[in-house]
Design a protein around this ligand. Structure first.
Ligand code: AHG
Ligand code: MN
Ligand code: MN
Length: 325
């Protein structure tokens, strides 16, 4: 008997739970395209060292960062599965300078923005990495062009991420509901293992790059010192893995702006918006330190943002220290 056993598979969950709530079937197809792509990426991640597929491509991406071979492979896989889902009108990707506009008349088309592989410094060293997706729905009849992707995070209809860790977990958030599914590597199906995720009331952990402390401004240093004095530190260095732990166990992640990164390190459209949406649906919060992440009106597809993410009360306390100056 497959390990999935009595559990609902992702496919069963989407057809039963979502149909009951009258949700659009197109969104289910987009989620299955993410799930199918992540099974392929998971396989590549596990086999990469054996297949001599690790290391850099020698290219620098639009972010000015070194491109790993698995970054490119993951990007190609998800562009393929999403384009072929029949329900995606446009894709924005951290690794691709201009949006991919999918040809064809897709009345209920969705717009997907993604970080196909998050955690570049951990790819070669067998540490958890992941993939992150924000999903918007275009209006019926709307002709999608490059500007159509510049939508605020609060308009997302769903967000999802996958962690390739000690197990492979897909977390899916829609309005008011966050669920986690674990990949059964024998059957290739994701099974519902974490229904109704809510971020715990307690916040035992903070996650930040302490090496950046010396380049923080004084109020931000003060805010981080308060976190350090109160909580245990956990920092994987893959946002998606740090966030996943904090979502399940309680915690706050902070990558603020600093002297070297005036706009912060992380990407608004591919990282902060999707995980901010997941956090809010699970009862948490996401802020730049001055503004709710999901309220930002994007100016540019690849723009960066400071990010403070996790337990709502702790995010609010941290923001108030930063704002007080
Ligand atoms: P990516 O691999 O998509 O470029 O993202 C890496 C990000 C994020 O995952 C992580 O939180 C952060 O980089 C770590 O940065 P530092 O190494 O500066 O701590
Ligand atoms: Mn990333
Ligand atoms: Mn990435």
């Amino acid at each position: 008997m497959p390990a999935v056993g009595h559990r609902k598979t992702l496919q069963e969950y989407l057809t039963s739970e979502w149909q009951d709530k009258g949700r659009n079937g197109g969104l289910g197809a987009v989620i299955m395209a993410i799930a199918d792509g992540s099974c392929r990426v998971e396989h590549q991640v596990r086999q990469a060292s054996l297949a001599d597929a690790l290391g850099a491509t020698g290219e620098i991406n639009v972010q000015g960062e070194i491109v790993q071979r698995l970054d490119t492979a993951s990007s190609d896989i998800f562009v393929e599965t999403l384009s072929q889902s029949g329900h995606v009108a446009a894709i924005g990707c951290e690794e691709i300078e201009r949006p991919v506009i999918v040809e064809g008349d897709i009345a209920d088309g969705f717009i997907v923005l993604m970080d196909p592989l998050d955690g570049s410094s951990n790819i070669d060293v067998a540490v958890s990495i992941g993939s992150i997706f924000g999903i918007w729905q275009k209006s019926p009849g709307e002709i999608v062009n490059e500007d159509s992707l510049l939508r605020p995070g609060k308009d997302q209809v769903a967000a999802a991420y996958v962690v390739y860790g000690s197990s492979t977990v897909l977390v899916l958030a829609t309005k008011g509901n966050v669920c986690g599914f674990t990949l059964d590597t024998e059957s290739g199906a994701f099974a519902l293992t974490h229904p109704g995720i809510k971020i715990p009331a307690e916040c035992p952990y903070y996650s930040t790059n302490e090496g950046n402390n010396k380049v923080l401004d004084q109020p931000t240093q003060k805010a981080i010192t308060l976190l350090r004095n109160k909580y245990s530190q956990r920092y994987v260095g893959s946002l998606v893995a740090d966030f996943h732990r904090n979502l399940l166990k309680g915690g706050i992640f902070a990558y603020p702006a600093d002297q070297n990164r005036k706009d912060g390190r992380l990407r608004l459209m591919y990282e902060a918006n999707p995980l901010g949406f997941v956090a809010e649906q699970a009862g948490g919060a996401a802020s730049t330190g001055y503004q709710r992440i999901l309220d930002i009106v994007p100016q540019e597809l690849h723009q960066r943002t400071p990010l403070i993410l996790g337990n709502k009360d702790v995010v609010e306390d941290t923001v108030s220290v930063i704002k007080a100056g």
